[in-house]
Design a protein around this ligand. Structure first.
Ligand SMILES: [Zn+2]
Length: 505
């Protein structure tokens, strides 16, 4: 498949300068918007973000032709809340799905619901347990298709007897490909009259631990390893710990890279499926990740434990068929909450979205985009582990609030990429700090208050009868090990610190 020149002057948008005429302003004529979320993919393991290993030829090609956001941030560091933010356009405190057993609040209008109201159908594919319909993700999708191998509701196959590693050891890229191909065939068989505009959400799971890529991919990244460490059962493996042998850690990272390349190749094949049906030339693609992954950058492994840069910063690329962006990269701070207004603008419809997200399209289309929000709010809350953190990233740096102790830590950016160094904001009057720090403290308080108030309004509007997670789903989560609190790096499993009153509570 070629993403490039064949499409650049084709049909997707009406405002091209390809013919040599002066470009004119017009709305993109997009028929399909494809949102691809690659689970647990940290930005700095992709070539477009500076990684030297060949993990991402497809992503890099899309980035070269589209717009790369160098400072895109998740709303958290685990799967459930970040996907809820992607599909609601709301910060975690607003959409409500920020604790392990909390579904998206019943009053939240998800993107598929908004699109359905304006006649655009949505189809979703999910491949991990925290995207199950019980969390509210299926709302508004015409079809929301399970691509896990265990099959969430296949009682005989999973139930309480399946070990909790079932989801971690699941290999779902081939299943997603098969299900997407079947769906596309069904669409084609239904005839041209059914070719309505379409939002397609695809969740790819295999970069998430465990790291068990096909062997030929391991050979690309670590052909000379002679040790015995493998990527299976990584959360339970006592060899994977701080201070582990450097060669084994190198191999672990190579296995992660191999999963990324395996998934990048899967994305290439997915795009081929759309291209073979003539759909790519009228498509827009957004690729991101729900969160990153820690490899002892700050002493920990996995995700769902902290709000460090390596789990918060995610890839974000927007690609429009037939339309080169006004710039190749932007360092404006953006968030998952910006995806909903972006998709609505791509379809040129009024979704009646009133969240804090801003469309990413002005960065793509305009030489001088208007100033927009330019920050990202993140949180992680887990009462089981006494964990309650809030972070806000803006163009100057990151402020982290440990809400139980009231500790505030500010890390200024000193160049592109991660904050370098940090200092405690506590202990002196705020007025004695530099202006950037004062603004960061005020900013995080204002932003988290706004999100909480928005959430309270939404929950106040919920209809009676909205239910928490159903008992079947609870049972299956328990079977998968998500509720036992024993995982070192899993979603929902950090250690506790103190329990002083929280700064932002
Ligand atoms: Zn995830």
């Amino acid at each position: 498949m070629r993403l490039g020149s064949a499409l650049i002057c084709s049909v997707a948008v009406a405002l091209l300068a390809c013919g040599g005429d002066e470009p004119s302003r017009a709305e993109p004529e997009i028929e399909t918007v494809l949102l691809i979320s690659i689970d647990s993919l940290r930005a700095d393991r992709l070539g477009a973000y500076g990684h030297s290993a060949p993990t991402s030829p497809t992503f890099d090609r899309l980035a070269a032709e589209g717009l790369l956001f160098t400072r895109a941030y998740s709303t958290t560091s685990w799967t459930l809340p970040s996907h809820a933010a992607m599909l609601s356009g709301l910060d975690d405190y607003a959409h409500g799905a920020y604790e392990a057993l909390s579904p998206i609040s019943g009053g939240v209008m998800t993107l598929p619901l908004r699109l359905a109201k304006v006649g655009i159908k949505s189809t979703g594919f999910f491949a991990g347990p925290f995207l199950h319909p019980s969390y509210g993700f299926a709302r508004g999708f015409e079809q929301y298709i399970d691509a896990t191998s265990y099959g969430w509701k296949a009682r005989g196959g999973i139930g309480k007897y399946v070990p909790h590693t079932a989801s971690h050891q699941d290999v779902t890229n081939p299943i997603v490909l098969e299900k997407v191909a079947a769906w596309l065939d069904d669409e084609a068989a239904a005839g041209p009259d059914t070719r309505r505009r379409s939002f397609v959400f695809i969740h790819l799971w295999d970069v998430h631990y465990d790291y068990i890529p096909p062997p030929e991919y391991v050979k690309i990244f670590d052909p000379d390893y002679e040790g015995t460490l493998d990527g299976r059962g990584v959360l339970e493996n006592p060899r994977i710990q701080p201070g582990m042998p450097a060669r084994d850690l190198q191999h672990l990272l190579a296995l992660y890279d191999a999963e990324i390349r395996y998934t990048d190749d899967t994305v290439a094949r997915l795009l081929e499926l759309f291209d073979a049906r003539g759909m790519l030339e009228t498509s827009a693609i957004i690729i991101t990740s729900d969160h990153g992954e820690e490899f002892f950058d700050h002493g920990r492994f996995g995700h769902g434990l902290t709000l460090n840069e390596e789990v918060l910063r995610v890839p974000m690329i927007v690609w429009l068929a037939g339309r080169r962006p006004a710039r190749s990269t932007t360092d404006r701070v953006v968030s998952h909450i910006d995806i909903v207004p972006t998709v609505c603008e791509l379809f040129a419809v009024d979704c009646r979205y009133d969240g804090l997200g801003d469309s990413l399209l002005p960065d793509y289309l305009e030489e001088s985009p208007m100033a927009s929000r330019g920050d990202a709010l993140a949180e992680i809350t887990n009462p089981l582990f006494d964990l309650d953190l809030t972070a806000r990233v803006d163009s100057e740096g990151t402020l982290l609030s440990e809400n139980r102790s009231g500790q505030l830590t500010y890390g200024p950016f000193r160049g592109p990429g991660a904050p370098e160094g940090s200092f405690s904001v506590n202990g002196k009057k705020l007025a004695r700090y530099p202006e950037a720090v004062r603004e960061a403290v005020l900013g995080i308080r204002e932003r988290s208050t706004n999100a909480r108030e928005q959430g309270a309004r939404i929950r106040g509007a919920e209809e009676p009868g909205d239910q928490p997670i159903d008992p079947d789903t609870l049972e299956q989560l328990e079977a998968l090990g998500y509720l036992d609190g024993k995982e070192r790096g899993s979603e929902g499993g950090p250690d506790a610190t103190d329990s002083a009153p929280g700064a932002l509570r």
